[in-house]
Design a binder for this molecule. Structure first.
Ligand SMILES: Cc1ncc(C[n+]2csc(CCOP(=O)(O)OP(=O)(O)O)c2C)c(N)n1
Length: 324
């Protein structure tokens, strides 16, 4: 039977996805204006995944995030102003401007860190799940990663251990088809990453990653299984990134392969699909616009905050770092 959501829940899913979308559009603008040091890997197009998964979690749960991590952080309730300041290298950012886009962490939100090392977050989140089991805290961990990370040793070693010990963790693979410019279909024999779960004796589930409610329901089931001591699930969300690997990548490799691929996926934009769904549930355009206006204000304030924030003083160059 299809799960029933009330209007407040539906609008809150939309609000989260819209917050990710608008936040990253502004990040892209900063990059294009040359105001952002370094690069950022945008989550545009994948919003339904983090939104659906994180809505199935409790406040005290953990997440491990990736180089494409802005959406995961927003879904956990991270502050846009502090995220934006961090991305611009400013002192008011989550890591005092020293981490940038790929090194935002917020332990108070259960965010164990975004990660520049592909597959690096998988053992970290697995370790967090192990502490939860060892200490009997009832917490669950989620590890987000891309399909290419599922070719890393860390993926196989972590899942094997988590399965053997029934750890409370959900492995969420966001299959957006490409690892930088490499098409997963050219370097991996299985067509569904979820099939790899069989090798570890755990459930592998495939879900439409453009449908936030489908993701939410699959995640709820996996989280319930983890929390009740029955071990991990590998949840594969089929999705697509609108932009190239990072803001500076025009992604011509995709165009060359299939000029229509991006267009076809964009027709299934998770926000667009969800607006259609909300209208069917009698949510009015006015109610949707009200949510969008509030988010817009928050995003503009974050942009202003980040611009106004100073760069860290040179005297603290060696503070908060592991080696000097
Ligand atoms: C251990 C390691 N190997 C290689 C890289 C270079 N690298 C950065 S992102 C990336 C592709 C990752 O693809 P995927 O895991 O599918 O995530 P997506 O970018 O698609 O979200 C690679 C190979 C890295 N950062 N770390």
């Amino acid at each position: 039977m299809e799960k029933v959501y009330d209007k407040k829940q539906l609008l809150s899913f939309y609000e989260t996805m819209y917050r990710m979308r608008r936040f990253e559009e502004e990040v892209f603008e900063f990059y294009k204006k040359g105001l952002m040091p370094g690069l950022a890997h945008l989550y545009l197009g994948q919003e339904a995944v983090a939104t659906g998964v994180c809505a199935a979690l409790r406040e005290e749960d953990y997440i491990g995030s990736t180089h494409r991590g802005h959406g995961h952080l927003v879904a956990r309730g991270a502050r846009l102003d502090k995220m934006m300041a961090e991305i611009l290298g400013k002192v008011d950012g989550y890591s005092r401007g020293k981490g940038g886009s790929m090194h935002i962490m917020a332990l108070d939100l259960g965010i164990l860190g975004a990660n520049g090392i592909v597959g690096g977050e998988i053992p970290i989140a697995t370790g967090a799940a192990y502490t939860a089991k060892y200490l009997g805290t009832d917490q669950v961990a989620v590890s987000f990663f891309g399909e290419s990370a599922s070719n890393e040793g860390t993926f196989h070693e972590s899942i094997n251990m988590a399965a053997a010990w029934d750890l409370p963790i959900v492995y969420v693979v966001e299959n957006n088809l490409y690892g930088i410019s490499v098409d997963i279909r050219d370097v991996t024999k299985v067509s569904d990453i979820a099939d790899r779960a069989i090798g570890y004796g755990i459930p592998g589930v495939i879900v439409d990653g453009m449908d936030v409610l489908a993701v939410h329901q699959a995640a709820e089931e996996a989280v319930k299984r983890a929390r009740s001591g029955n071990g991990p699930t590998l949840l594969e969300c089929k999705t697509y990134r609108w932009q190239g690997h990072h803001v500076g990548d025009p992604a011509e490799y995709r165009e060359r392969k299939d000029p229509k691929e991006k267009e076809t996926w964009m027709e299934r934009c998770p926000l667009k699909l969800f607006r259609e769904k909300m209208r069917k549930e009698n949510i009015t355009d006015k109610e949707i616009a009200k949510v969008e206006e509030a988010v817009e204000k928050e995003v503009q304030e974050a942009v202003q905050f980040a611009q106004d924030s100073p760069y860290p003083d040179v005297s603290e160059a060696f503070d908060h770092v592991f080696a000097d």
